[in-house]
Design a binder for this molecule. Structure first.
Ligand SMILES: Nc1ncnc2c1ncn2[C@@H]1O[C@H](COP(=O)(O)OP(=O)(O)OP(=O)(O)O)[C@@H](O)[C@H]1O
Length: 597
């Protein structure tokens, strides 16, 4: 498994308008279960905007109707202060509620995306993992979903800005529509600024992301190849290369901040000041001509100018995050739509495995549809028989197992188990009745007992122990301080390959499969463990059909049938004695191994 060529991740940084809509619709689908929470937070937002627009009117009213006319009493002042204070408190409380609700819903949405992506990943076929680097899959489920979270934050900021612009416009029109028009007149200039910024930022941020991903790739490659780097004194060369990539990234960032320094806040502040100056000029002129300008109104417009233009600045600031979010959303969508699923069965047929009678007829198989890996494979394993697969590396032994276990679909020929096509047997039934032990047995973080029961609590501790004893794993496990409760670190790195395989035997035998499929460990195993493994194997093979990939020919001398493979074809078959007598490839291999010993 996993020997195929990996496809390189394409760095897509721009997305068309049509795709953007599609992606947004897709992202909103994940938010659907939390729509009520989102809606309530938007209602709070509407109230907050209304209060923001209304607060200056309270002051304006007080100035123009009481202060300017010198009719303000202490009672009136206290009433205004209390009213203003209550509104401000309400705004603060609503802001808390809005932020809390919105963030809760956003976090849940992202968690939902992550769960669904993980669900999809474990459903994908091995072909997908052959073609996709692990880092890419990890990045989809972690980084891209994090980017979506930032995307939601910018989304709420944008909505806040929009609500503010609308409510402030209404307030301004209600106070002095002519003045409101002055502000609105500046909007097209703002829009031009937004478009210019957007065009420039797409390029600059694209360059920045690309430089960053190259930086990450360099680091990644260096860490995985550290042994070779140090062995061949490549440190200096790589450090120089890293520096070049690093400089490109720094340059891209410099372009980014000089663009932001120019186009973001300074430009917006300038426009805001122009709008304010225009308003003051018009007010001043009116006052000069008619002597009717109210000071309170000037106050109100001064405070509106800030709340009106600032959100547009925030919006520009968030554009790149939005773009990142869309790109991340696109990748997420691609993964969700990935069709490279694990092979499915014809569930309706629902055939069962009982005896463990395997018939492989004219089997042909290719991983990529181009290179034929198995050609015209034929063999039969009667219930209880042991079949051994031998052959040089790359001859197709693991591929036969991959196909039998339904990790990959086969294209031509047929595999029958107890007379039923393998394609008619539910995958769950295959996984349950066909016990697989791989060369390098994978152990999960936890303890030995959990690794044997595989978190299926139907099995009691006594069952676990019995399985351990049956495969001779018990001897080494009981010598550990905590026995079956001994800790297993990630991948089981604290155990030797042989010990891991023994634990894996126990895991397999506990489920009492009808068929046993075993890829014999090639790793150096001490003779004592080797002996235990062989004894365990003898016990496991009793009364069940076994298919064994053998690297040490001495271990399969008693097999009922030995298949010798070369380039995906069976070139010899028979019992050990038959093949020795034939004096062909098997004979040579056997001689070589015996001689080496
Ligand atoms: N996931 C994959 N995608 C594409 N080609 C693959 C894949 N896995 C194996 N192959 C190719 O299929 C051929 C048979 O490989 P296979 O793993 O079945 O050999 P093997 O006999 O089990 O070898 P070994 O003893 O080294 O494990 C090889 O040419 C190999 O490069």
């Amino acid at each position: 498994m996993g020997k195929g060529r990996k496809r390189l991740e394409k760095q897509k940084t721009s997305v068309s308008m049509k795709d953007t809509w599609n992606i947004l619709r897709h992202l909103f689908r994940y938010a659907k279960p939390y729509k009520v929470t989102f809606l309530v937070s938007f209602i709070f937002l509407a109230f907050i905007s209304a209060i923001t627009a209304y607060l200056p009117i309270v002051i304006q009213h007080y100035i123009d109707n009481y202060l300017a006319t010198k009719s303000a009493t202490l009672a009136i002042t206290i009433r205004v202060v209390v009213f203003y204070g209550v509104l401000t408190l309400l705004k603060a409380a609503f802001t808390y509620a809005k932020d809390y609700l919105f963030n809760t819903a956003a976090e849940k949405t992202v968690a939902n995306i992550r769960n669904q992506l993980y669900g999809k990943v474990v459903d994908l076929g091995m072909r997908y993992f052959d073609q996709t680097p692990v880092g890419t899959v990890v990045s989809r489920v972690t980084n891209d979903t994090e980017t979506i979270k930032d995307f939601w934050t910018v989304f709420i900021n944008l909505t806040t800005g929009l609500f503010n612009v609308i409510s402030i416009s209404i307030a301004m029109f209600a106070l002095r529509w002519q003045m409101a028009l002055v502000f609105i007149a500046f909007l097209p200039i703002m829009m031009i600024l937004v478009v210019v910024y957007q065009r420039k930022s797409v390029l600059i941020y694209g360059r920045m992301r690309e430089a960053l991903s190259r930086l990450n790739a360099k680091l990644n490659e260096s860490i995985s190849g550290m042994g070779i780097i140090q062995k061949y004194h490549q440190e200096k060369r790589l450090a120089e290369e890293f520096d070049v990539t690093n400089q490109t990234y720094v340059q891209a960032r410099r372009a980014m901040y000089s663009m932001n320094a120019l186009l973001l806040m300074p430009a917006i502040n300038l426009i805001e000041s122009f709008a304010l100056v225009a308003v003051l000029l018009i007010f001043g002129y009116q006052d000069f001509v008619t002597h009717t300008v109210d000071v309170g109104i000037i106050y109100a417009f001064t405070s509106y100018s800030r709340s009106f233009f600032q959100p547009i600045g925030q919006m520009m600031n968030g554009l790149s995050t939005l773009q990142d979010g869309i790109v991340a959303g696109k990748r997420i969508q691609e993964l969700v739509n990935e069709q490279e699923l694990a092979p499915r069965s014809n569930e309706k047929a629902g055939s069962q495995i009982t005896e463990g009678h395997i018939e492989v007829k004219n089997l042909n198989f290719s991983y990529d549809g181009e290179h034929q890996v198995l050609r015209d494979i034929n063999f039969e394993a009667k219930p209880g028989q042991t079949i051994a697969l031998v052959g040089q590396t790359g001859s197709g032994k693991s591929s036969i197992i991959n196909v039998l276990m339904r990790f990959y679909d086969y294209q031509k020929g047929e595999i029958l188990i107890d007379g039923h096509s393998l394609k008619d047997i539910p995958v769950e039934e295959i996984r349950k009745k066909m016990g697989l032990v791989l060369q390098d047995s994978f152990l999960f973080y936890g303890n030995i007992a959990d690794n044997i029961r595989m978190y299926n609590h139907e099995y009691s501790d006594a069952d676990i122990r019995a399985a351990g004893e049956f495969v001779y794993a018990d001897t080494f496990i009981s010598q550990l301080d905590k026995g079956y409760q001994a800790k297993v670190i990630e991948r089981g790195d604290s155990f030797s390959a042989g010990e891991r395989q023994l634990i894996s035997f126990a895991r397999t035998i506990l489920r009492s499969p009808s068929i046993l499929i075993l890829d014999e460990a090639t790793a150096n195993i001490d003779t004592e463990t080797e002996e235990k493994i062989q004894n365990g194997l003898v016990n496991m093979r009793k009364n069940r059909t076994s298919l064994i990939i053998a690297h040490r020919l001495s271990t399969i001398k008693d097999a009922d049938l030995i298949l010798v493979l070369r380039n995906g074809e069976i070139i010899e078959q028979g019992t050990h004695e038959d093949l020795i007598a034939e004096q062909g490839t098997y004979f040579d291999m056997y001689q070589l191994q015996t001689y080496q010993k």
